[in-house]
Design a protein around this ligand. Structure first.
Ligand SMILES: NC(=O)c1ccc[n+]([C@@H]2O[C@H](COP(=O)([O-])OP(=O)(O)OC[C@H]3O[C@@H](n4cnc5c(N)ncnc54)[C@H](OP(=O)(O)O)[C@@H]3O)[C@@H](O)[C@H]2O)c1
Length: 259
């Protein structure tokens, strides 16, 4: 989705920084962005590496003051086939990237935006952040934390001229959903998801959640008695495939058969 979003914003006169761990992938995305006439900068940084991330952002922001940041980096993990509950290490690893990494990126970008009194911060959450997903406890909790952090921050930053949008996609065809073993209704392409997110950003929406049917279901489910949530939880019951996301530049071994 990060690539689709970068391509969506790429145009002559724009400079786009792409950040991730996998240098080859970054080069591909940078080439796609440049093919549309934009300039690009590549930051091969792990979002959990606070010093590395702050150094990259500081240097880029000094040359190209950041007016939009999309904090998109995230991983999906959860209980594996045969497990009933995910282990502590899995939860902590997911929270480290999806929550700590998000806050680290946010706070690296914020000082420049505050100095300039303008900017737009987009946080990538998920519909899994609006209602709990038992098969991905750490994932769901990390995305819920991102929703609340983002919406709380929005209240504080609004008077300073800085906008915040929280994106809550449903199922999108990416390596993340390849690892999600469970029913994935209304799955859409990364380009379709990026178009919806960009439209939401342009309309200055607080939350961009889609598809509508699943968004309404997540909102209703949270208000229902617990037995209803348990039924919904069984319908959306899932596991995570073993191993790390394929695209990663880091530990890739032990992908599940068929991945
Ligand atoms: N796909 C879905 O159905 C769906 C639904 C709702 C929300 N989301 C969210 O959308 C975001 C993008 O995911 P995706 O679906 O597009 O999957 P993806 O293709 O696997 O993208 C994940 C991105 O995060 C980067 N990343 C992961 N860990 C990182 C780290 N420690 N440091 C820096 N970058 C890191 C990856 O780059 P490197 O591997 O190069 O580091 C990759 O570019 C995630 O936050 C995900 O939770 C996805």
């Amino acid at each position: 989705m990060g690539e689709a979003l970068a391509r969506g914003y790429a145009a002559p006169g724009q400079t786009i920084a792409v950040v991730g761990r996998n240098g080859e992938r970054l080069a591909q995305v940078a080439a796609a962005v440049e093919a549309k006439g934009a300039k690009s900068s590549q930051g091969q940084v792990d979002v959990t590496d606070r010093a590395g991330l702050e150094a990259f952002v500081e240097q880029f922001d000094a040359e190209y003051p950041i007016d939009l940041v999309i904090i998109n980096a995230g991983i999906f993990d959860g209980r594996k086939p045969g497990e009933d509950i995910e282990d502590l290490d899995t939860s902590l690893r997911v929270l480290d990237t999806n929550l700590t990494g998000t806050l680290t990126t946010l706070h690296a970008v914020l000082p420049g935006m505050r100095r300039r009194g303008r900017g737009h911060i987009v946080l990538m959450s998920s519909l899994a952040g609006l209602t709990p997903i038992g098969g991905g406890l750490g994932y769901s909790a990390s995305k819920a934390a991102v929703v609340f952090y983002g919406l709380g921050l929005k209240q504080l930053l609004h008077p300073m001229g800085i906008r915040v949008t929280v994106a809550c996609p449903g199922f999108v065809e990416t390596p993340i959903t390849d690892r999600h073993l469970g029913w994935q209704p209304f799955r859409i392409s990364p380009d379709a998801a990026a178009r919806k997110i960009i439209r939401g950003i342009q309309c200055h929406r607080a939350i961009v959640a889609f598809p509508l049917v699943l968004h309404v279901m997540t909102r209703v489910a949270i208000l229902m008695p617990d037995f209803v949530r348990r039924i919904v939880g069984r319908v959306f019951s899932c596991h995570a495939a073993a191993g790390e996301t394929k695209m990663s530049g880091k530990a890739l071994p032990s992908l599940a058969p068929g991945e």
